[in-house]
Write a protein that binds this ligand. Structure first.
Ligand SMILES: Cc1cc2nc3c(=O)[nH]c(=O)nc-3n(C[C@H](O)[C@H](O)[C@H](O)COP(=O)(O)O)c2cc1C
Length: 159
Protein backbone atom coordinates (compact mmCIF):
# COMPACT_ATOMS: atom_id res chain seq x y z
CA UNK A 1 0.00 0.00 0.00
CA UNK A 2 1.35 3.39 -1.00
CA UNK A 3 -0.04 6.01 1.40
CA UNK A 4 0.47 9.73 1.88
CA UNK A 5 -0.55 11.77 4.92
CA UNK A 6 -0.59 15.53 4.25
CA UNK A 7 -1.10 18.02 7.05
CA UNK A 8 -0.92 21.67 8.00
CA UNK A 9 -0.09 22.72 11.55
CA UNK A 10 0.60 26.06 13.18
CA UNK A 11 1.31 25.02 16.78
CA UNK A 12 2.37 21.39 16.16
CA UNK A 13 -0.70 19.50 17.40
CA UNK A 14 -2.00 18.44 13.97
CA UNK A 15 1.53 17.41 13.03
CA UNK A 16 1.64 15.04 16.03
CA UNK A 17 -1.68 13.48 15.00
CA UNK A 18 -0.46 13.15 11.38
CA UNK A 19 2.73 11.41 12.54
CA UNK A 20 0.76 9.01 14.75
CA UNK A 21 -1.54 8.19 11.80
CA UNK A 22 1.46 7.65 9.52
CA UNK A 23 3.17 5.32 12.01
CA UNK A 24 0.00 3.26 12.45
CA UNK A 25 -0.60 2.87 8.72
CA UNK A 26 2.50 0.87 7.92
CA UNK A 27 6.20 0.81 7.16
CA UNK A 28 7.96 4.14 6.39
CA UNK A 29 8.78 2.88 2.87
CA UNK A 30 5.06 2.66 2.08
CA UNK A 31 3.80 5.66 4.04
CA UNK A 32 4.95 9.27 3.80
CA UNK A 33 3.89 12.07 6.14
CA UNK A 34 4.38 15.52 4.59
CA UNK A 35 3.63 19.11 5.54
CA UNK A 36 1.33 20.54 2.87
CA UNK A 37 3.92 23.08 1.69
CA UNK A 38 6.42 20.29 0.95
CA UNK A 39 4.14 18.25 -1.35
CA UNK A 40 5.09 18.10 -5.04
CA UNK A 41 2.32 17.33 -7.57
CA UNK A 42 4.03 14.11 -8.73
CA UNK A 43 3.76 12.75 -5.17
CA UNK A 44 0.01 12.48 -5.69
CA UNK A 45 0.35 9.91 -8.47
CA UNK A 46 0.23 6.16 -7.89
CA UNK A 47 -1.29 6.50 -4.40
CA UNK A 48 -3.56 3.88 -2.83
CA UNK A 49 -4.46 6.09 0.13
CA UNK A 50 -4.43 9.86 0.73
CA UNK A 51 -5.19 11.33 4.16
CA UNK A 52 -5.38 15.10 4.66
CA UNK A 53 -5.52 16.87 8.03
CA UNK A 54 -5.77 20.49 9.16
CA UNK A 55 -6.23 22.55 12.29
CA UNK A 56 -9.77 23.96 12.33
CA UNK A 57 -9.61 27.72 11.85
CA UNK A 58 -12.85 29.69 11.76
CA UNK A 59 -14.75 26.41 11.26
CA UNK A 60 -12.74 25.51 8.14
CA UNK A 61 -9.39 24.03 7.07
CA UNK A 62 -6.45 26.46 6.82
CA UNK A 63 -6.14 28.48 3.62
CA UNK A 64 -3.03 26.46 2.70
CA UNK A 65 -4.94 23.16 2.92
CA UNK A 66 -7.92 24.61 1.00
CA UNK A 67 -5.59 25.86 -1.76
CA UNK A 68 -3.89 22.48 -1.93
CA UNK A 69 -7.23 20.66 -2.23
CA UNK A 70 -8.46 23.15 -4.82
CA UNK A 71 -5.34 22.53 -6.90
CA UNK A 72 -5.93 18.78 -7.28
CA UNK A 73 -7.15 18.25 -10.86
CA UNK A 74 -10.74 17.08 -11.43
CA UNK A 75 -10.77 13.28 -11.20
CA UNK A 76 -7.19 13.37 -9.94
CA UNK A 77 -8.02 11.02 -7.06
CA UNK A 78 -9.93 8.41 -9.09
CA UNK A 79 -9.46 5.03 -7.44
CA UNK A 80 -7.60 6.49 -4.44
CA UNK A 81 -8.96 5.81 -0.95
CA UNK A 82 -9.20 9.10 0.95
CA UNK A 83 -9.86 10.40 4.47
CA UNK A 84 -9.90 13.75 6.24
CA UNK A 85 -9.16 14.72 9.83
CA UNK A 86 -8.77 17.87 11.88
CA UNK A 87 -7.77 19.14 15.26
CA UNK A 88 -10.38 21.22 17.04
CA UNK A 89 -11.62 22.64 20.31
CA UNK A 90 -14.64 20.78 21.67
CA UNK A 91 -17.74 22.95 22.20
CA UNK A 92 -17.80 22.04 25.91
CA UNK A 93 -14.25 23.39 26.27
CA UNK A 94 -15.09 26.93 25.11
CA UNK A 95 -16.23 29.43 27.71
CA UNK A 96 -18.45 31.27 25.21
CA UNK A 97 -22.02 30.11 24.56
CA UNK A 98 -22.06 32.03 21.25
CA UNK A 99 -18.91 30.27 20.04
CA UNK A 100 -20.32 26.95 21.19
CA UNK A 101 -23.46 27.59 19.14
CA UNK A 102 -21.42 28.63 16.08
CA UNK A 103 -19.21 25.54 16.32
CA UNK A 104 -22.24 23.29 16.28
CA UNK A 105 -23.73 25.28 13.39
CA UNK A 106 -20.68 25.69 11.15
CA UNK A 107 -18.70 22.59 12.11
CA UNK A 108 -15.01 21.78 11.81
CA UNK A 109 -12.41 21.18 9.10
CA UNK A 110 -12.51 17.39 8.67
CA UNK A 111 -15.82 17.12 6.80
CA UNK A 112 -15.10 19.81 4.17
CA UNK A 113 -11.69 18.18 3.61
CA UNK A 114 -13.23 14.73 3.09
CA UNK A 115 -16.00 16.18 0.87
CA UNK A 116 -13.41 17.89 -1.33
CA UNK A 117 -11.29 14.72 -1.62
CA UNK A 118 -14.38 12.80 -2.72
CA UNK A 119 -15.31 15.53 -5.23
CA UNK A 120 -11.85 15.02 -6.78
CA UNK A 121 -12.70 11.35 -7.36
CA UNK A 122 -11.51 9.77 -4.09
CA UNK A 123 -13.29 6.87 -2.36
CA UNK A 124 -14.06 7.68 1.26
CA UNK A 125 -12.15 5.14 3.39
CA UNK A 126 -13.62 6.17 6.77
CA UNK A 127 -15.83 9.02 8.05
CA UNK A 128 -14.03 12.30 8.82
CA UNK A 129 -12.64 12.53 12.36
CA UNK A 130 -11.64 15.31 14.74
CA UNK A 131 -9.02 15.20 17.47
CA UNK A 132 -9.36 17.55 20.43
CA UNK A 133 -6.93 20.16 21.70
CA UNK A 134 -7.41 21.75 25.11
CA UNK A 135 -6.73 25.32 23.86
CA UNK A 136 -5.73 27.12 20.65
CA UNK A 137 -2.06 26.19 21.06
CA UNK A 138 -2.75 22.76 22.53
CA UNK A 139 -1.88 20.48 24.10
CA UNK A 140 -3.76 17.58 22.57
CA UNK A 141 -6.42 16.22 24.90
CA UNK A 142 -5.53 13.07 26.74
CA UNK A 143 -5.83 9.90 24.67
CA UNK A 144 -6.06 11.64 21.29
CA UNK A 145 -2.79 10.23 19.90
CA UNK A 146 -4.03 6.75 20.78
CA UNK A 147 -7.40 7.49 19.14
CA UNK A 148 -5.57 8.67 16.00
CA UNK A 149 -3.63 5.40 15.97
CA UNK A 150 -6.89 3.44 16.23
CA UNK A 151 -8.49 5.51 13.44
CA UNK A 152 -5.53 4.80 11.15
CA UNK A 153 -5.56 1.08 11.97
CA UNK A 154 -9.21 0.93 10.94
CA UNK A 155 -8.32 2.54 7.60
CA UNK A 156 -5.45 0.08 7.07
CA UNK A 157 -7.63 -2.90 8.01
CA UNK A 158 -10.39 -1.87 5.59
CA UNK A 159 -7.94 -1.56 2.69
C1 LIG B 1 -7.46 32.04 14.61
C2 LIG B 1 -7.92 30.73 15.16
C3 LIG B 1 -9.20 30.25 14.81
C4 LIG B 1 -9.65 29.03 15.33
N1 LIG B 1 -10.90 28.60 14.99
C5 LIG B 1 -11.35 27.43 15.51
C6 LIG B 1 -12.66 26.94 15.18
O1 LIG B 1 -13.42 27.54 14.42
N2 LIG B 1 -13.06 25.76 15.71
C7 LIG B 1 -12.26 25.03 16.54
O2 LIG B 1 -12.68 23.96 16.99
N3 LIG B 1 -11.01 25.45 16.87
C8 LIG B 1 -10.54 26.63 16.37
N4 LIG B 1 -9.29 27.08 16.70
C9 LIG B 1 -8.41 26.21 17.50
C10 LIG B 1 -7.55 25.42 16.54
O3 LIG B 1 -8.29 24.34 16.05
C11 LIG B 1 -6.24 24.93 17.22
O4 LIG B 1 -5.39 26.06 17.28
C12 LIG B 1 -5.59 23.84 16.40
O5 LIG B 1 -6.30 22.62 16.55
C13 LIG B 1 -4.17 23.61 16.82
O6 LIG B 1 -3.56 22.83 15.81
P1 LIG B 1 -2.04 23.07 15.41
O7 LIG B 1 -1.25 22.96 16.67
O8 LIG B 1 -1.72 21.95 14.48
O9 LIG B 1 -1.90 24.41 14.77
C14 LIG B 1 -8.82 28.28 16.20
C15 LIG B 1 -7.56 28.77 16.56
C16 LIG B 1 -7.10 29.97 16.06
C17 LIG B 1 -5.74 30.46 16.47
Amino acid sequence: MKALVIYDSIFGNTEKIAQAIGSALGAPGDVQVLRVGDVKPEQLTGLDLLIVGSPTRAFRPTATISQFLGGIPAGGLSGVRVAGFDTRILPEDTGSPILRFMMKLFGWAAKPIADKLVRKGGLLAIPPEGFAVKGSEGPLAEGELERATEWARKIAAAG
